[in-house]
Ligand binder design. Sequence first.
Ligand SMILES: Cc1cc2nc3c(=O)[nH]c(=O)nc-3n(C[C@H](O)[C@H](O)[C@H](O)COP(=O)(O)O)c2cc1C
Ligand code: SF4
Length: 454
Amino acid sequence: MSAETSQAAESQGPQGPSYTESGTLTPVLTDIWDAQRSWSMETYRAHGGYRGLARAKTMSPEELVTLVKDSGLRGRGGAGFPTGLKWSFLPPPDGLPRYLVVNADESEPGTCKDIPTILANPHSLIEGVAITSRAIGCDHAFVYLRGEVSHVYRRLLAAVREATESGELDTGFGLDGDQPLRITAHAGAGAYICGEETALLDSLEGRRGHPRLKPPFPAVAGLYARPTVVNNVETIASVPAIVDRGAQWYAAMGTEKSKGHGIFSVSGHVAHPGQYEAPFGITMRELIELSGGIRPGHELKFWVPGGSSTPIFGPEELDVPLDYESVAGAGSMLGTRALQVFDETVSAVRVVTRWTEFYQHESCGKCTPCREGTYWMRQIMLRLEAGRGLPGDVEKLEDIASNIAGRSFCALGDAAATPVLTGIQRFRTEFEAGCTTPAWELFPYAASSIAKAR
Ligand SMILES: Cc1cc2nc3c(=O)[nH]c(=O)nc-3n(C[C@H](O)[C@H](O)[C@H](O)COP(=O)(O)O)c2cc1C
Ligand code: SF4
């Protein structure tokens, strides 16, 4: 939590914020991140934790689904699909299991909200898992976590154990609402594609993580071919406060179609990078101000609103409200609110090259446009960065990227094409300069470093 967020949390007390205006921080998920042993059940309870679950146990599954629908909560994994509606897609109970799977694979460059949430306040997720399980009639839920973050995995395991031993999960779950809840924390092997929900399910079943053909969608045939809800960590962790404080409280924050609060992760060339929890509709200008401004002596060159897979914005988009509709209307995507800021010292060619290397490395290889195209794009980007581009390379990049976007099996292909296409669109002369001059001569890399010389 940023210092500003912390101050705001202190001034509002344990009940959290009640105001909604844009530009104001609304610490709910991040509320206790700076408390002593914030990850423990004791601290979580002292701040009102598990009140939502107690209330949920007095409600029917249908009432819970309606409550979440009324709140306007939308999926925080990137696409913003309405959460209550997704839960309601499960077919009627047939006596056999149905599952909740939490997507904690968080791997997109710049995205850094789910893993900090699990590290600082894992019980917000566990309580959300319990409430959601009750809402969908599930008695066995899974959390699929990125495997490299072993310290976070240990914290998650400890929180699951603590919640189980406390008796909170003893009854109230399953098809009849009277079963205990089992939560399995699964550590993946570290693959970006396993964040795609169907690849995640294949991986969880013990197979290689490749996306599945849809339909059938997970709601109909998901984990072990049973009805399954897949939701992001932040989505599920947002549920307890909604059940505790009510749908109206949540819906009063944000904009008409993008309601509520979210974690905005500001990284890069600002004075104080960090997590800023705010209502949807806050602008990048306000977030940059909250994070202390662009680092002293520099000016903004470009930024991305939702991670490396979202089209690049410039200074002219600073006042676009950060909600799903407005960002899409301005030509990008809100994605995971991974706001990366780059000042004038940064080479756009260098940045796009690093992102392209990432997507080429993470392409699962299942379909040809992405498997081959990302490999070709990486080769061309590397020679442009080195000032050894060939005549026609920029046009060739555009051609390859256009043949990946919209023609790949899953959205990773689109993600790989986006930085290349929007990078060229915004900074064509820099890309063309890559045919004669290395990017590190045009933009000496040391000037972009935020590490201070001793
Ligand atoms: C390549 C790729 C990677 C993804 N990675 C993640 C991820 O790490 N976490 C996540 O929640 N969703 C990720 N998604 C989106 C999921 O497929 C899915 O839409 C999401 O987990 C649904 O949860 P939500 O409705 O709560 O947003 C990814 C999608 C793609 C195509
Ligand atoms: S688009 Fe890329 S990641 Fe997705 S299935 Fe095709 S090869 Fe795999």
